[in-house]
Design a protein around this ligand. Structure first.
Ligand code: NAD
Ligand code: ZN
Length: 239
C-alpha cells in the first residue's frame, strides 16, 4: 500500500444491509414492497405525494431502529487515521456513515434527514415525518427560509442529477485506489465510476456479497459480507 495516497470509496445499500436496512433490489424487484417507479421519481411525487411521503417517512423513522455496523465503523477508523486524501461517496440516504464518525464523505443521492425546498432550493434538517394530519388534505411542509409549502425529501429521484458530481469526478480522477462496497453496479452514474477510475490509472477493488454487474471492471473482487470484508481491508490499508 506504500504507493497509495488518494483513496475514493463508493458505498451502496449493501454496507447498511447488516444494520437491518433493506437493499434496493430484492429478488422480486421491489423496494420495501413498492415498485421503484411508484415512489422514487419526481412524477410520483407530483401524482401521489401522500404515497411518496409515507414511504420516505417510514424510511426516515426506520433510522431510529438501526445502528452502524462493523463496516461503517471500519471506514470511520480509516477516515480518522488515513494520512492521505480520502473521500467516501455514498449512494445511501441513511446516516450510518456519519453516526459511525465518518467526516470525509458525501451523499450523492441525498439524505433522509434533510428536507429540500422545491421553491428556493434551501435545505433544512428533517427528523420527523413530512406528512401532516391524516384527515386533512395534503400540504407540503413550510420552508423555514422562504415560507413556501414546498418541502420535499432531499433525495435524488430517478431522472434527477446526483449531487456534487464535479467534486466526485475530480476526486476519482486523482485517485490511486478506488474501492466499491456493497453496491450492485446497476445505478448510473455511480456504476460508471470504476471505469473512470481505471481510465485515470487507479487500482480498483470491489467488496460485495455477490458479483455485481460491474465486477469485470475491477482489478480485484472480494466476495462476502461487508461487516467482515471491510474491517479486514481497513486493517490491511492501515497496516
Ligand atoms: P442495491 O440494492 O442495488 O445493491 C446492493 C448490493 O449490496 C448488491 O450487489 C448485494 O449483493 C450487496 N449486498 C447485500 N448485502 C450485503 C452485505 N451484507 N455485504 C456486502 N454487500 C451486500 O444497492 P445500490 O447499488 O446502493 O443501489 C441503489 C440505490 O438504492 C441507491 O441509489 C440508494 O440511494 C438506494 N438505497 C439506499 C438505501 C440506504 O440508504 N440504506 C437502502 C436501499 C436503497
Ligand atoms: Zn424555500
Amino acid at each position: 500500500m506504500s504507493d497509495i495516497s488518494n483513496i475514493v470509496i463508493l458505498t451502496g445499500a449493501g454496507i447498511s444491509a447488516e444494520s437491518g436496512l433493506a437493499t434496493f433490489r430484492g429478488p422480486d424487484g421491489l423496494w420495501e414492497g413498492h415498485r421503484v417507479e411508484d415512489v422514487c421519481t419526481p412524477q410520483a411525487l407530483a401524482r401521489d405525494p401522500v404515497l411518496v411521503h409515507r414511504f420516505y417517512d417510514a424510511r426516515r423513522a426506520a433510522l431510529a431502529e438501526v445502528k452502524p455496523n462493523r463496516a461503517h465503523e471500519a471506514l470511520a477508523r480509516l477516515d480518522a487515521e488515513w494520512p492521505g486524501d480520502l473521500m467516501v461517496v455514498t449512494q445511501n440516504v441513511d446516516d450510518l456513515h456519519e453516526r459511525a464518525g465518518a467526516t470525509r464523505m458525501l451523499h450523492m443521492h441525498g439524505e433522509l434527514l434533510s428536507g429540500l425546498c422545491a421553491k428556493c432550493e434551501g435545505r433544512q434538517r428533517w427528523d420527523g415525518p413530512m406528512l401532516g394530519e391524516p384527515d386533512l388534505p395534503f400540504a407540503a411542509p413550510a420552508c423555514a427560509a422562504c415560507g413556501a409549502a414546498a418541502i420535499r425529501p432531499d433525495i435524488v429521484f430517478f431522472g434527477e442529477m446526483p449531487y456534487q458530481m464535479d467534486r466526485i469526478e475530480r476526486a476519482i480522477s486523482c485517485a490511486d485506489l478506488f474501492v466499491s462496497i456493497g453496491t450492485s453496479g446497476a445505478v448510473y452514474p455511480a456504476a460508471g465510476f470504476v471505469r473512470t477510475a481505471r481510465y485515470h490509472g487507479a487500482r480498483t477493488l470491489e467488496l460485495n456479497l455477490d458479483p455485481s454487474e460491474g465486477s469485470i471492471f475491477f482489478d480485484e473482487t472480494r466476495m462476502g459480507p461487508a461487516s467482515e470484508l471491510v474491517p479486514a481491508w481497513v486493517d490491511e490499508v492501515l497496516g
